[in-house]
Design a binder for this molecule. Structure first.
Ligand SMILES: *Cc1c(COP(=O)(O)O)cnc(C)c1O
Length: 377
């Protein structure tokens, strides 16, 4: 018989410390203060070596340890087995749309795309520079108001893979689960990795820029099935080859050492606070405050997405006029609610509430929204 000895999972801080604001920025985005404080210390002296984090050689034993810790923390969060590889590559995830195609699509092959928003739209264009692509779902036809059900996706049979974004950071829609299609899955999970339980193992490859749930910009984390990596094109220059990054522990040349450390600390922080399983309900509750304010505004706040596709990471809505958007941004900033202006190509307001975003800020934003709608509606 087992006794219920489940350890209590600690809750992350719900407010920022004095002098800091609620930062709703889409990315680079807010980070846990404990991680920032640890980094501050490590910048001067890493593990008592007398050498700071940025000054450590990527061939030194201290970096061996940094790298091992980052791999381990990412693996703990991802919950993937030994048949998966973790890679850290320089550059943002936008670069990977073409790179993945170069590695995994024969010259006469093609990539199936779900165009569900700005990032997958841009991603398709990047991919099309190197290989043929086909939109198997075109979100423009529904003004990106939802992500497709499996039945809305055109036949993908014969595609080298099906590429999609799990969370549409600009439009505020999110896949509830990976689509089921007749091609291997590749996912840009930049804006919702480790934010909820999600079937990562349904994919062959997942890639994410650092600056959202993983910390610093300029680095991309890739999770890839080993058997898939083996199929990578071996004629590519080594610095463009995923299998070479796997073979060299993600340091074929000087790696982005700072970003690797930050991802490790972010993943450890996420894991310490219960991992994706604990952050899922937390993030849902955070987002629910803001959606409730939208829903009770009597049409003053206008979300463009369908109710069943609402994202828990990026909450996007329009106001009756551009002048009201300006006023909303100005007045909310005065209350310490910052970074709320929507993406420049989408307009309106957007609140990104990643794992590290303190919960209280969502309640405060909802209160602010109630007051603003009353005054201006
Ligand atoms: C933020 C974001 C990106 C940005 O990619 P970068 O190359 O790091 O600028 C890509 N995809 C998604 C889904 C994003 O949310």
């Amino acid at each position: 018989m087992t006794t219920a000895t489940a350890m209590r999972i600690p809750e992350p801080p719900t407010t920022p410390s004095a002098g800091r604001v609620y930062n709703f920025s889409a990315g680079p985005a807010c980070m846990p203060e404990s991680v920032l404080l640890q980094l501050r210390e490590e910048l001067m002296d890493m593990h008592g070596t007398g050498i700071g984090l940025l000054e450590q050689s990527h061939r030194a034993s201290t970096y061996d340890r940094i790298l091992a810790e980052s791999f381990e923390s990412v693996r703990a969060c991802a919950g993937l087995g030994d048949d998966w590889e973790v890679l850290f590559l320089p550059g943002g995830s936008m670069q990977h749309f073409s790179l993945i195609a170069m590695n995994f699509v024969p010259k006469d092959g093609w990539v199936a795309f779900a165009d569900t928003g700005l990032w997958s739209h841009k991603g398709e264009k990047e991919t099309a520079c190197v290989r043929a692509t086909k939109k198997t779902f075109d979100g423009a036809t529904c003004r990106f108001d939802h992500v497709p059900a499996d039945s809305e996706i055109a036949d993908c049979a014969g595609a080298a893979y099906f590429c999609y974004c799990s969370n549409n950071t600009v439009e505020g829609t999110q896949f509830a689960r990976p689509p089921r299609v007749a091609a291997p899955l590749v996912c840009d999970a930049t804006s919702d990795i480790f934010s909820r339980p999600y079937d990562l193992a349904a994919h062959e490859l997942i890639f994410c820029s650092g600056q959202k749930n993983l910390g610093a910009s300029g680095i991309t984390m890739v999770l890839a099935r080993k058997s898939w990596l083996e199929r990578a094109d071996r004629s590519l220059p080594p610095l463009l080859s995923y299998s070479n990054f796997a073979k060299t522990e993600s340091r074929p040349n000087t790696p982005p050492t700072f970003g690797v450390r930050v991802i490790g600390l972010m993943a450890k922080w996420t894991h310490d606070f219960g991992g994706p399983a604990a952050f899922g309900p937390r993030n849902k509750a955070k987002a629910a405050h803001i959606y409730a304010a939208i829903d009770r505004s009597g049409g003053f706040y206008r979300p463009s997405m369908r109710g069943d596709c609402r994202s828990d990471m990026s909450i996007s809505f329009q106001l009756p006029s551009d002048a009201l958007v300006d006023r909303f941004v100005e007045e909310s900033e005065r209350e310490g609610l910052c970074g709320l202006r929507g993406h420049r190509e989408w307009g309106g307001i957007r609140a990104c509430v990643y794992n590290a975003f303190p919960a209280k800020g969502c309640e405060l934003l909802a209160e602010f929204m109630d007051g603003f709608a009353k005054k201006n509606g």
